[in-house]
Design a protein around this ligand. Sequence first.
Ligand SMILES: C[S@@+](CC[C@H](N)C(=O)[O-])C[C@H]1O[C@@H](n2cnc3c(N)ncnc32)[C@H](O)[C@@H]1O
Length: 190
Amino acid sequence: MTDREDWESRHRAALGGPLGAPSAWVVSRALGLSARDVIVDLAAGRGRHAVPLARAGRRVIAIDIVAAAVADARAAAALLAITADASMLPLRGESIDAIVCVNFLDRDLFTTLPSLLRPGGTAIIETFTVAQRSLGRGPTTDAHLLRRDELPALLAPLAILEHREGLVRDDAGERYVAQAMAMKEVMAGR
Ligand SMILES: C[S@@+](CC[C@H](N)C(=O)[O-])C[C@H]1O[C@@H](n2cnc3c(N)ncnc32)[C@H](O)[C@@H]1O
């Protein structure tokens, strides 16, 4: 089974059902951006973050490799849904105001992510760290878990505005994650 087929079958059981609570930190930081910004929720799933942000009046593009998942998000809120693989994004360089990416780790993505953001654009990232293993649930492989202090290094050359790691408790549950907000600097003369 390919990764995409695996995710299609995982999403199938949940389609049309309630969305889980979003990360409170991710939503608060995304709502803190300019209301004019277009927010791309990358690997958005069924829209756990894209849907509440769109319902709050933000302009949102939800991208996921599973077509049925983003169709669910589009049915729930006024947003643009795109089916695409994160490794081959149909986005122009320096065209994105903001990228949200939660619980999706593809380290190769961080080599292209800075080039997608416009100068002054923002990345808001949250995903599990290796400490999550101690809770006995969630991802377990090195490929899906950030090492300690790995996230800010992956986000270079963006400027880190905020970074923290540890146990988070909110309506989305208890989890060990790294959270970072980073900005593409505006070069003088641009
Ligand atoms: C753990 S879920 C997280 C979904 C959502 N970000 C959230 O926080 O609820 C991971 C998501 O990544 C998507 N995904 C997996 N591989 C992908 C890829 N190569 N490109 C885009 N999306 C992918 C899956 O379909 C799934 O929706």
